[in-house]
Design a protein around this ligand. Structure first.
Ligand SMILES: C=C1C[C@]23C[C@@]1(O)CC[C@H]2[C@@]12CC[C@H](O)[C@@](C)(C(=O)O1)[C@H]2[C@@H]3C(=O)O
Ligand SMILES: O=C(O)CCC(=O)C(=O)O
Ligand SMILES: [Fe+2]
Length: 355
């Protein structure tokens, strides 16, 4: 690791040293012992959907593509898309800007005005807020950015002459605008395939500035066999579009077993979030996923979360409903409270109606 990476990295070992001690893991502990995070995990290809079929001349082909999207969302809750309409150079540019901003010194990233980026407080996150044990610790850092911070028209004196981050805002804006079109397109297909007639549902609940963009960085982790890059969770949104580099590490639960996702440079990953699971009454699956840590390579990913406004009410599209109705604001608050109290998210099961 170079000197630059050191001043950029969050102080994981120091901050969580008591957790490591509690688990009898010292700096000298060998990392060759394997745990479930590294051992015998199947690598499987996710369903791969070619979105150019959505504009095929034959109506049957267009319908088959929509059917494949809905089936993958029911059976896997996860799929990959190619020919998705996001230009390769835009993905590269996003990655380049993201790498630069994470290379800034840790003290600047965590600082109150976060390099003059004018982000909402708490946008820069690292580690886990209140881990009770090592399995609740995430060896990663993230900028979790409300698109409202980026979309607002307020003049910005961003970067204050810092060439490392001067392009970040415009790159994020362009990237998010393009990805938001894709997210809406996929979400509308999922609404349509449920046979729901409220085809403007997504547009009514979500707008580009109610969404979130999350830039993730997973630094190399000397304790990779004991710690995860990102602890198991489901996403709290309608759906997520993820761009990952080629390092790998994303895993998801399929048929009760963890499987690894093989990176595909041409593909974006799409996953269903809790709000779609609730609204579809359990038809589309919000699946638990995690990122394993890597001893040698750092990893980057960018996630776009299709979210409604805080006051949007989510109620199942048909009766009898599995979940009680809730607002997105209420849901988020409950997640944060559970994370503080128990060290992890409880999620949708909190809202189940026991019939
Ligand atoms: C500690 C946590 C914060 C988080 C919920 C979790 O228990 C585990 C992962 C985190 C994550 C990652 C994806 C989304 O950004 C998020 C909103 C979610 O649903 O799970 C966050 C949660 C958060 O940052 O509050
Ligand atoms: O980095 C990844 O591959 C997954 C990130 C993720 O799950 C998230 O940001 O919600
Ligand atoms: Fe996630």
């Amino acid at each position: 690791m170079d000197r630059n990476a050191n001043i950029s990295d969050p102080p994981f070992e120091e901050t969580y040293k008591n957790l490591f001690l509690k688990h009898n893991i010292t700096p000298l502990t060998t990392t060759t012992t394997t745990t479930t995070t590294t051992a015998t995990i199947e690598v499987r290809d996710l369903p791969l959907i070619d979105l150019s079929r959505l504009v095929a001349t034959a109506a049957k082909e267009r319908e088959n593509c929509k059917r494949d999207i809905a089936n993958a969302s029911r059976e896997w809750g996860f799929f990959q898309v190619v020919n998705h309409g996001i230009p390769h150079r835009m993905l590269e540019e996003m990655n380049k800007e993201q790498v630069k901003v994470f290379r800034e010194p840790f003290n600047k990233k965590k600082g109150d005005n976060c390099m003059n980026l004018r982000l909402s407080p708490g946008s820069y996150r690292w580690g886990s807020p209140t881990p009770n044990c090592l399995s609740q610790l995430s060896w990663s850092e993230a900028f979790h950015i409300p698109m409202n911070d980026i979309c607002s028209n307020a003049p910005r004196n961003i970067a204050n002459g810092n060439p490392n981050i001067s392009n970040l805002c415009s790159t994020v804006k362009q990237f998010a605008t393009t990805v938001s079109e894709l997210a809406n397109k996929l979400a509308n297909i999922l609404v349509e395939k449920l046979g729901h007639d409220e085809l403007t549902f997504i547009e009514e609940k979500c707008s580009p500035n109610t969404c979130y963009l999350r830039m993730n960085r997973y630094p190399p982790c000397p304790k990779y066999s004991h710690v995860l890059g990102l602890m198991p969770h489901t996403d709290s949104d309608f759906l997520t579009i993820l761009y990952q580099d080629q390092v790998g590490g994303l895993q998801l639960v399929k048929d009760g077993r963890w499987i690894s996702v093989k990176p595909n440079p041409e593909a974006l990953i799409v996953n269903i979030g809790d709000l779609f699971q609730a609204w579809s009454n359990g038809v589309y699956k919000s699946v638990v996923h995690r990122v394993v840590a890597n001893p040698r390579f750092e990893r980057f990913s960018t996630a776009y979360f299709l979210c409604p406004s805080g006051d949007a009410v989510i109620q199942s599209y048909r009766e009898p409903s599995m979940y009680r109705k809730f607002s997105f604001g209420e849901y988020r608050q409950q997640v944060q409270q559970d994370v503080r109290e128990f060290g992890h998210k409880i999620g949708l099961s909190r809202f189940l109606i026991c019939n």
